[in-house]
Write a protein that binds this ligand. Sequence first.
Ligand code: UGA
Length: 456
Amino acid sequence: MIVKEPKFKKITVIGSGYVGTTTAALLAHAGFHVVALDIDKHKVEMILNGKSPFYEIGLDTLISSAIAKKTLSATTNYEEAIADSDIIFSCVGTPDNPDGSSNLSYVFSAAESATPFFKKGAVFVQKSTVPVGTGRKVIPLLPKNVAYVSNPEFLREGTAVFDTLLFDRIVAGGNDNKSVEKVLDIYRQLESRNKQIAQIVPEIGNVFSDIKSHGGQYISTTLESAELIKVTANAFLALKISFANSIAKLCDETDADVVGVMDGIGTDTRIGRAFLNAGRGYGGGCFPKDVSGLISSALEHGVDLPIMTAATEINDSMAGYIVQKAEKFLGSFRQKNVAVLGLSFKAGTSDARKSPAVKIANLLAKEDASVICYDPEASEEAHPNLNRGVVIVEKLDEAIKDADVIFVATDWPEFKDPSIYRSLKKCKMIVDCMNCLDKDAFKSGVAYIGVGRNGD
Ligand code: UGA
């Protein structure tokens, strides 16, 4: 692929969360000089010391090598970061308000703080997930000679580097076609170097060498469509998960196994198998808030989205549903030793925001179980959200050795090995909250309970 290299070199990335840090680290290896800008001194110091502010495969290596090459730097100072930048990515958080709507205060304050320092002709790129119509409200805050482009992000936590290097699509929308093309050119350059960059990170390089051909799509569209593509994609994936969980409840009442059912429908290319894994539901910093944000922004436009309200209700029910199902089998959790394996909202991340695994641990504690949790990465982040009395241990073995019941609440690879459960003396039941275990490995002695799996 012949790629016309963009003429500019300096890029600033505002916000050092998952999206901003991954974007900054990778662009710093793709031929650009990148400045990571964050108001949090601690995050900036970590990046300057060659470390990612959170756990994500490959990021430490990418950051430390880019800092050493001097293609990446970090600062808390807006003027220093923005003044000679050609492209400014805004990757700040958009948490939810108590009523479920999106809190856009960081989005507006990032634009306002940068405004005095833009150079003429700079492009302000919105990567934060925002409700449709937000761009139109940000544009008046910017100088007239600065263009605005919406360029939503689709990376997943846990595979952030991989997803950014091997993307399905890049979406960019705005009024000024030249600026939209400038943004797309950045990714064309990144894609042309993706194999080379992947070699820096061994875990990712190995996967890359198995991939024969790949071509990400470049989608140039209107500002509003770009904004809506992002939230609609997340909402649809959430819908798929809640659909699978509804069918799992039906499977529990019949002789069907939800894994087989979803495998069966997933072969239909119109449906696809992805995001049809039933279990304790979705969590994290994206799906829950993006779904509630979509419902709320649609209402502002007079549009009701009951389909998404239903998806949220089903999702919210899953942790309680699993605990009740296990309780029915066991009689009572009172004074039982229960191990909860996994606290993060999914494997591969230290992120425990809105984690259904944390919800399960808390529900078990409410049932008077003596709860011991273990997670390889998320203990620190989960700790503030766990009820008093819930204990976190540092080793898997410590959590399970005296357990009467084990809940596998996050699908970390180390929990999937059946041999870790074989020598346990007291354990009567394994509750597979993510249907990630081989249920046939538990036939003798220990009861296996999945979500929507035949014969539970
Ligand atoms: C999600 C999207 O997948 C990304 O494309 C998007 O960029 C990101 O949100 C974002 O908006 O920033 P992420 O939240 O990192 O990414 O995680 P996912 O891998 O999508 O998983 C979300 C949740 O759904 C997890 O709790 C996971 O365990 C759960 N899940 C996923 C299921 O319960 N079943 C499935 O079949 C798949």
